[in-house]
Design a protein around this ligand. Structure first.
Ligand code: HEM
Length: 148
């Protein structure tokens, strides 16, 4: 969600004339585009900004959000129109990933050209293919419900 934030840009329209921090003047009716993609990859606010380093977020610490990262991590936006499904989405992702990884092996299909494109959201141009195979379950990981 940092390197490929799925809405890469947020747009706001000024209801009234305003001056933003940094002395940026905004006219009434003017649209403002906030590039989440660029903020998430900015060397001004991230070390090794382009690298995928999940450990940069402390597993024992709070889940990163706009408030505890001083708005440098805003995959769900921020403020009054922030995503209302953020907690649900995070929980769903963890549960889905845990179940997938418990049951399946994932292998990237070789020799693919994986392209990226954007519309309202970032997505692949022609998909990203994986070969899935049943994973041998480690007995101690099998819950009574799964083994039935
Ligand atoms: C990883 C998953 C998700 C991401 C990255 C995401 C991201 C976002 C972002 C960035 C916005 C704000 C757009 C803006 O400010 O212009 C937004 C709004 C919204 N999201 Fe999500 N979202 C996700 C999942 C969900 C889920 C699971 C739900 C519902 C269960 C949801 C419901 C909404 C709604 C209703 C809004 C509009 C809120 C408003 O305008 O007041 N989202 N989302």
């Amino acid at each position: 969600m940092r390197l490929y934030p799925h809405p890469p840009v947020l747009i706001r329209r000024a209801q009234v004339a305003d001056t933003l921090p940094g002395n940026y003047k905004v006219n009434a009716g003017q649209d403002i585009m906030i590039s989440v993609y660029n903020i998430h990859r900015s060397l001004q606010v991230w070390e090794q900004a382009e690298e995928f380093i999940p450990e940069r977020f402390d597993l024992e610490g709070p889940v990163p959000n706009e408030s505890n990262t001083d708005f440098r991590f805003i995959p769900f936006s921020g403020g009054p129109r922030k995503c209302v499904g953020d907690q649900f989405a995070l929980l769903e992702a963890i549960v889905a990933l845990a179940i997938f990884l418990q049951h399946l092996n994932f292998e990237l299909v070789p020799n693919q050209t994986i392209g990226m494109t954007t519309g309202a959201t970032i997505h692949t141009t022609n998909g990203l293919y994986m070969k899935l195979s049943q994973r041998k379950l480690t007995p101690e990981l099998v819950s009574p419900a799964t083994s039935r």
